[in-house]
Design a protein around this ligand. Structure first.
Ligand SMILES: Nc1ncnc2c1ncn2[C@@H]1O[C@H](COP(=O)(O)OP(=O)(O)O)[C@@H](O)[C@H]1O
Ligand SMILES: [Mg+2]
Length: 511
């Protein structure tokens, strides 16, 4: 029998109405980089939270080097040498790097005085040993997201972790930062650490992992040597059928300008410029992408475009008409379609049926309302039944199903059906596939390309560079509220966009 560093056997964990882990097995060898792969909701974080002591399993056992252990809480996990770098960092913004690292286990001098000096020295040593460059004295609020992640890693090392779990660590990073993280993972492995890397990105697994365990809908699918399988094989294990990576995007000549953003500045309540003098055009039959790391002004730009918040200066034109000061409803009437990022907050009303949600933006017009304002539910259902079919929305009770009971992918299809069916001149789309499974992603991307084929102008904001590269004709890279450059898709590489996302300008980038 092999002596595994970690062996989880028959792990089962239920939440109300869902079996998050269903008799899952995980066997991790000492000093390997073990990837944990699965679609959204497959049960990866749950399994790792059990290993880290944040949840307790209903059934199953955990052994470390052949010895069964009870991990009742994260403190026990820490004592056993298990550390976790969470998806959402747990750092105190106005504390220094060192203060965050020692939090909860501050070194004391005799007499109980806090000894930050010795802690700083140890942090410095650790950061040099593992190649985790970060200034121990700097405040968290002054360092980049990539550096904050290093602080989280240092935190586990400071506690002498032997096993380090990373929960989707690359989701928040630029391509360059991802490369650096991959280097750090290799370094940690060389220094004797055992790594579990949760991800749904196949490229990363092929890049650094030795073996990979796949979960699907809470179930254990298998464990493979990464060297023996292709990305395609991994994808098929993950989704349970064959998948297509590339989408067909026929040539399309762009037509006249539909959306024109001219020198728009948006300030936050404290007067800080979130969007700075930004100009951009989108033409008919063209998909323009805004590439950038989350939090660089994308949200504020979308709010200004859709009328959710005012601009401080600048103008927005739709089909030649100034819409800068129009209400949300007038913008919709003038031909602006919007597929928002937060489906729950802005996109759908969960208690309403699919049919009602589909009519949210035109229920007050004929044929859905008569001159007395009475709603014609029959007409609404008729349209809804057609759209449910056309957009392949999977639902229990047809168009009368409450929207809140649909899966994320199907909710997104309802919103897309509604926005597209209104035949907007410009379709503004934010993060259309975030958190969706591969099947829904394929479908939605294809629909967006179809709309372009019909001559629709599309503005797409996405933090997934893959998505931008796959869908867009032109790519505007945003950094700190400004467009760094606008390039044709075929004239720029992912790496170059990554550089620009981090704020440096690509030579030859055209505005
Ligand atoms: N605290 C919780 N309460 C209820 N349901 C949960 C909780 N955490 C996770 N789940 C559910 O368990 C399933 C697995 O979730 P998770 O482990 O987060 O998946 P993954 O990390 O693979 O995306 C999902 O259906 C999710 O909605
Ligand atoms: Mg997760």
């Amino acid at each position: 029998m092999q002596d595994y560093a970690i062996e989880m056997v028959g792990i089962t964990k239920t939440f109300p109405g869902v079996i998050a882990n269903d008799k899952v097995t995980l066997q991790v060898r000492d000093r390997e980089i073990h990837a944990l792969l699965g679609e959204n909701g497959a049960g990866k974080s749950t399994l790792m939270s059990i290993l880290f002591g944040a949840y307790s399993a209903d059934y199953g056992t955990i052994s470390l080097h052949g010895k069964q252990v009870e991990i009742k809480n994260p403190n026990v996990a820490t004592e056993l040498g298990i550390g976790m770098v969470h998806q959402h960092f747990k750092l105190v913004q106005n504390y220094t790097v060192t203060e965050n690292i020692v939090l909860g286990m501050e070194p004391r001098k005799r007499g109980g005085v806090l000894d930050l000096g010795s802690a700083e020295k140890r942090v410095q040593q650790l950061s040099e040993k593992y190649g985790l460059s970060v200034d121990p004295k700097e405040l968290i609020e002054n360092i980049t997201v990539g550096q904050q992640q290093r602080v989280e890693i240092l935190k586990t090392l400071y506690r002498n972790a032997k096993i380090i779990i990373f929960d989707e660590p690359t989701a928040v990073l630029t391509p360059q930062e991802i490369d650096e993280l991959m280097e750090i993972l290799r370094r940690l492995q060389q220094e004797g650490k055992t790594i579990i890397l949760i991800t749904h990105k196949l490229k990363e697994i092929k890049d650094v992992a030795d073996r990979c365990t796949v979960l699907r809908r809470g179930k254990y699918i298998g464990t493979v040597e990464v060297g023996d399988v292709s990305e395609q094989d991994l994808a098929e294990m993950m989704v349970g059928r064959s998948v297509k990576f590339e989408i067909d995007k026929p040539e399309k000549k762009a037509g006249k300008v539909v959306l024109s953003i001219e020198h728009v500045t948006v300030k936050d309540p404290s007067g800080f410029q979130k969007v700075k003098d930004l100009s951009l055009e989108v033409k008919e039959g063209q998909i323009v992408g805004i590439a950038g790391v989350d939090g660089n002004g994308q949200g504020e730009l979308l709010s200004a475009l859709t009328g959710l918040s005012p601009v401080s200066s600048g103008k927005i034109f739709l089909d030649g008409e100034d819409i800068t000061d129009l209400s949300i409803r007038s913008r919709i009437e003038k031909g602006m379609g919007y597929i928002p990022e937060d489906r729950h907050k802005y996109g759908l009303i969960g208690e309403f049926s699919i049919s009602e949600n589909l009519a949210l933006k035109n229920y007050y017009k004929t044929p859905y309302s008569n001159q007395y304002g009475l709603l014609n539910y029959h007409k609404m259902s008729e349209t809804a039944d057609r759209l449910v079919k056309e957009f392949d929305v999977r639902c229990g009770e047809g168009s009368q199903t409450p929207a809140g009971s649909l899966s994320g992918g199907n909710q997104q299809k309802v919103i897309i059906a509604r926005e597209i069916s209104l035949s907007p001149k410009i379709l503004v789309i934010a993060q259309p596939t975030r958190g969706l499974d591969v099947g829904a992603i394929e479908y939605i991307r294809k629909r967006i390309i179809d709309e372009r084929g019909k001559g629709r102008a599309v503005l797409l904001v996405s933090f997934e560079l893959d998505e931008i590269m796959n869908l867009c004709d032109r790519i505007a890279t945003i950094s700190k509220g400004s467009i760094v450059a606008v390039n044709n898709q075929n004239e720029v590489t992912e790496r170059e966009i990554g550089m620009m996302m981090a704020g440096s300008r690509k030579d030859g980038g055209k505005q």
